[in-house]
Design a protein around this ligand. Structure first.
Ligand SMILES: [Mg+2]
Length: 191
């Protein structure tokens, strides 16, 4: 199965770094991100926050640590015989820093797609992904609505009830377990 995997908040533990940098810049002290849309949390215009990101992209994308268990999770998915395609909303011009980061943390990667701040569901369909791993509930809902099931990595900013096609996973071991169960079912179905 070809599995689509988001990067920020799923592979890269970006938000702690971003919140800390934004706290410094906007002189705030946010500790728990309850909204994915950070300009709402900081109560600033989205364009203002975009400028901050554009001016500090290397630092903001380069310094986060991997999400705990993500590397082992990706390795586990590959071991089960699946293909991993990364799909991020980052801009195409961020490809070099993104690939450098994946290499530095020894996270297996080949194809990395950039939706350039746009929705992901189109690329999910174009690339015939059969499952998607995401942290943003709105993306998860759009991808699920297009017929592709989603595993949603549990975070402070994606709480709330979910449709049946989206399964909340508390951490990477839970994601790997869910994929193992899907793999088992598929093998039984083809036997
Ligand atoms: Mg994300």
């Amino acid at each position: 199965m070809r599995i689509g995997v988001d990067i920020d908040g799923v592979i890269s533990d970006s938000y702690p770094v971003w919140v800390s940098e934004l706290n410094g810049y906007y002189r705030k002290n946010i500790t728990v991100l309850e909204k994915y849309e950070m300009h709402l949390a900081y109560d600033v215009p989205p364009e203002d926050m975009n400028t901050f990101f554009e001016n500090n992209m290397e630092q903001l994308l380069g310094t986060p640590q991997p999400v705990v268990g993500a590397k082992e999770g990706i390795e586990g998915i590959l071991r089960l015989g699946h293909e991993v395609v990364y799909l991020t909303a980052r801009r195409p011009e961020d490809e070099a820093v993104t690939r450098r980061w994946l290499r530095r943390h020894r996270i297996p990667h080949e194809t990395v797609l950039f939706s350039n701040l746009g929705g992901k569901e189109k690329l999910v369909r174009q690339w015939s992904m059969e499952l998607f791993i995401e942290d943003y509930q709105l993306n998860a809902r759009k991808i699920a609505a297009s017929g592709v099931p989603v595993l949603l990595l549990d975070t402070t900013y994606n709480q709330g009830a979910l449709p049946r096609e989206i399964v909340r996973c508390k951490d990477w071991p839970a994601i790997l377990q869910a994929i193992g169960e899907i793999t088992c079912k598929q093998e039984k179905a083809t036997r």
